[in-house]
Design a protein around this ligand. Structure first.
Ligand code: ZN
Length: 338
């Protein structure tokens, strides 16, 4: 949705909320379940501009307000309870919502978890195991970091022998370049992705690595932080593969490794079975779904329009709504009311 449409929608939702009609809408949609998708969080007073690259970062003050709205008007349940509902028919409360966080950013623990804990609100975090285990940074983060950090005012790379040129003259142009580069990288297989990202890092002379200072926004969770959250029983950990590839481009063998090895590592590190899965980038097809089921997961989440609860729900295609950086209070409520 364009920024203008998003703003217009937020204004319309604000009018609905101020008139009190949102309670009527919530009642009307009380049997729908909303699965919310977050990634990482940041504090406004510590923002360094990197959070403006990509829309997946949520300001922690906004998250707090969103949790308070959910606590008042919805019922946040654990992912396991939702799965149990679909598997056994166990009852759910009205206006049930599930909170998920993708990738495994440290801000999930350092900023979001204290707010969840204070309110007793559950969440599920999908971690890419190599990001957490080996601090191997995620590909969108590597692109965003290189372009954000560089002083170059242009970038020229080649993709399949075709030249790609980007102007990096100001912040706006840099952000547009990042969006375009991510769209180019998204459909590539892992090897081609890594080759293109290496080119971007070489040309910009900026590489996100442990040798430099890692911006707080891109820090991965540490296992002891995950352990602390898991012990509370408020947070469950699902798999988001090993290396965050586009699974539809993987060979059968790679696919099996991504599904099985990440599941085994998470179970070993947390001491709890890992049965929830999240498709990186929301990319899946019939083969990926079948392999995910065969690997022993109970469900898998994708990205998509608001998910309407139906009896014939496919547990391997659960749709989620993303909460974007610019979706402050009213835009967020609009996602719940839809
Ligand atoms: Zn992801």
């Amino acid at each position: 949705m364009s920024k203008l449409r998003e703003n217009l929608k937020a204004s319309a939702v604000a009018a609905v909320v101020m008139s009190g009609c949102h309670k009527w809408l919530l009642r009307r949609h009380r049997h729908q379940v909303t699965i919310l998708m977050y990634h990482g969080f940041f504090e406004a007073h510590r923002a360094d501009g990197l959070e403006q690259y990509g829309s997946r970062w949520c300001e922690i003050g906004d998250f707090k307000r969103q949790l308070d709205y959910l606590r008042r008007y919805a019922h946040v349940i654990s992912f396991e309870r939702l799965v149990a509902h679909y598997r056994t028919g166990a009852a759910l409360p009205d206006n049930a919502a599930v909170i998920t966080m993708d990738d495994g950013y440290a801000s999930n623990y350092r900023l979001a978890y204290p707010l969840l804990k204070q309110r007793g609100i559950p969440a599920c975090i999908f971690v890419s195991s190599r990001f957490v285990e080996d601090r191997e940074f995620l590909w969108p983060d590597r692109i965003e970091y290189a372009i954000w950090k560089t002083d170059s005012d242009a970038l020229e790379i080649t993709l399949k022998e075709a030249p790609l040129r980007y102007c990096l003259g100001d912040e706006q142009k840099k952000r547009e370049a990042v969006d375009s580069l991510k769209a180019q990288v998204e459909p590539l297989c892992h090897r081609d992705r890594m080759a293109l990202i290496s080119q971007i890092e070489d040309k910009t002379e900026q590489t996100l690595s442990d040798r430099g200072e890692t911006p707080a926004l891109l820090e991965p969770l540490r296992w002891h932080e995950i352990g602390d959250m898991v012990e509370s029983d408020l947070v469950s950990i699902g798999s988001h593969t090993i290396r965050h590839p586009n699974l539809t481009t993987c060979t059968d063998e790679q696919l099996r490794d991504e599904l099985v090895d990440s599941k085994a590592l998470i179970a070993q590190r947390t001491g709890k079975a890992c049965s929830l899965f999240c498709y990186p980038g929301g990319a899946y097809d019939a083969r990926v779904k079948r392999f995910t089921q065969e690997a022993g997961y109970h469900c898998a989440v994708a990205i998509g329009d608001a998910f309407e609860q139906k009896d014939e729900t496919d547990l391997f295609e659960l749709k989620r709504v993303g909460v974007a950086r610019d979706m402050r209070k009213y835009g967020f409520i609009g996602r719940l009311l839809r």
